[in-house]
Design a protein around this ligand. Structure first.
Ligand SMILES: Cc1ncc(COP(=O)(O)O)c(C=O)c1O
Length: 490
């Protein structure tokens, strides 16, 4: 929502955002309760001194984000959605002893279901096709002449097209810890960025400290690279547990950490700024490099853009990986890694040796999209859409899932990490959902050690239409059935 740029004497464009942000803060603080009426447009106009149209615009923005709904003749009411929130899942301590990867057997069927269009897509962690800026890309493609096509169908330098790297660097203008175009290497998606960063610092048999739970695709990657995982606990609200991490670094020969500080996959956790500073201090004291998956950072739906971890990285220990898979389109396969000095050079050499370069045409298309200014406008709409989808999905979970289910409503991203009552087996729930052509992610695939058995990961990347709502209700029904079955005396 608000982008933090609002100023008291700013132009009207920013004043409506300031009012929307203030109303949002009060809704989230519980000053306005679910179902309650907000002050009328006239009262807000008189109370704030803002014009009627500015007030109206602020309310429209809140409505677009799913925080309020307009009722004919009775004004705007707070959505009876996800407030008061459910209890967040409890933090689960882990055993950080390094272990070879043992993927949960379900992982391959999970991946197949996620990409099968016959399934209700509640496990799709990338961007939903409904939100892809297809029209703008169509225009860009049609606008290219033959000479441009010819120029774009050859190889480019391994680090990527200069104009794309420049545009990526411009995304963070004014942000502390930003990277220059020369420090960026373009990759085929965030996955390749992470793979190159891992290979830049680790050899087979080395240990990587990872959050637990984590993105199951990264566990797959560690397995393929012959790396061991040391699992560190995650607080579902505030991210990696620093005490656990410190203990892990003390006890084990950790070659690098892999972390997701912004809307972590799967918990949705956001590491607060002060904790980012302590995290980087800890890593700097021990000289441990960190590979950061920052793919979801632009998808904040409350407050302002979180400060990147690089803003606290004085030693240049970080390799920052991201892509446009969650903000433009996953099929473009355009990602990047930003790193300093030796790390950047090693990554560039690995990229050259393993794939020469990423598709020149796709790089050029994305560079033009960014350069046109359309990306910023697209992101504003996307954040509002995701905010609404997060709230709608959380509300359906609250209404349909068994009592005792836990969920921390994230401040961004598209993932909802649900802790089911202890007696409910998330893997069995997954199997039954699969039989009904509903794709979800069972918690067990998100860790190396067999943990998170009573957890489930749902994505709300797509529109919460009638089909999705029915599927979430069906998941709740299956879960309740499994709970009853377990409680029945033998
Ligand atoms: C946290 C996270 N990182 C990386 C990826 C994969 O990104 P890419 O498609 O750019 O390789 C995903 C998938 O959506 C993800 O959820």
């Amino acid at each position: 929502m608000g982008d933090g740029r609002s100023r008291a004497a700013g132009p009207p464009m920013f004043r409506y955002r300031r009012l929307a942000a203030e109303l949002e803060r009060r809704i989230r603080a519980g000053d306005f309760r679910p179902g309650e009426r907000l002050p009328s447009i006239r009262r807000l106009h008189r109370g704030t001194g803002l014009s009627i149209s500015t007030v109206h615009r602020a309310l429209l923005e809140l409505e677009a984000c799913g925080l309020v709904e307009s009722h004919p003749r009775s004004g705007y009411r707070v959505q009876p959605a996800a407030w008061p929130p459910l209890e967040p899942p409890a933090i689960r301590r882990s055993d950080p002893a390094p272990q070879p990867i043992q993927l949960a057997p379900a992982v391959h069927s999970v991946i197949a279901a996620i990409s099968d269009p016959a399934f209700v897509p509640l496990g799709n962690t990338g961007m939903d096709p409904a939100h892809v800026p297809a029209k703008a890309f169509g225009r860009l493609l049609r606008g290219m002449n033959r000479a441009e096509w010819r120029a774009l169908l050859g190889y480019v330098a391994p680090e990527g097209l200069g104009e794309l790297r420049r545009q990526i660097a411009l995304l963070d203008v004014g942000v502390p810890g930003r990277f220059a175009a020369e420090e960026i290497v373009v990759t085929s998606g965030c996955t390749e960025a992470i793979a190159l960063a891992l290979q830049a610092v680790a050899r087979p048999g080395d240990t990587i400290a990872v959050e637990s739970p984590t993105n199951f695709a990264v566990l797959q990657l560690l397995e393929e690279l012959g790396l061991l995982a040391a699992e560190v606990a995650v607080d579902p609200r505030e991210g990696v547990d620093l005490e656990d991490l410190a203990r892990c670094l003390e006890a084990h020969p950790v070659r690098a950490c892999f972390l997701m500080p912004h809307f972590q996959n799967p918990t949705g956790a956001l590491v607060p700024e002060e904790k980012k500073r302590r995290l980087m201090d800890l890593l700097a004291r021990r000289g441990v490099p960190v590979i950061v998956d920052d793919i979801s950072a632009p998808l904040y739906v409350t407050g302002k853009r979180p400060l990147p971890l690089s803003a606290f990285d004085r030693e240049g220990l970080g390799m920052y990986c991201a892509s446009f898979s969650k903000t433009i389109a996953p099929g473009l396969r355009i990602g990047w890694v930003a790193a300093r000095g030796e790390f950047r050079e090693r990554i560039r050499r690995l990229k050259a040796a393993t794939s020469i370069c990423t598709s020149s045409l796709d790089q050029a298309l994305v560079a033009r999209f960014l350069g046109s200014g359309a990306y910023d406008r697209h992101l504003v709409r996307l954040r509002a859409t995701l905010s609404r989808q997060l709230l709608q999905t959380a509300d359906l979970i609250r209404r349909h899932f068994p009592e005792g289910s836990r969920l921390a409503l994230p401040q961004g991203g598209t993932l909802l990490w649900i802790e089911l009552p202890e007696e409910i087996d998330g893997l069995e729930l997954y199997r039954r959902a699969h039989a009904r052509r509903i794709a979800v992610i069972p918690g067990v695939v998100c860790a190396n050690a067999p943990r998170f058995r009573n957890f489930l990961l749902l994505s709300c990347a797509g529109p919460v239409d009638a089909r999705a709502a029915r599927a979430i209700a069906a998941l709740g029904e299956i879960a309740r059935g499994l709970g009853r079955r377990r409680r029945r005396p033998r």
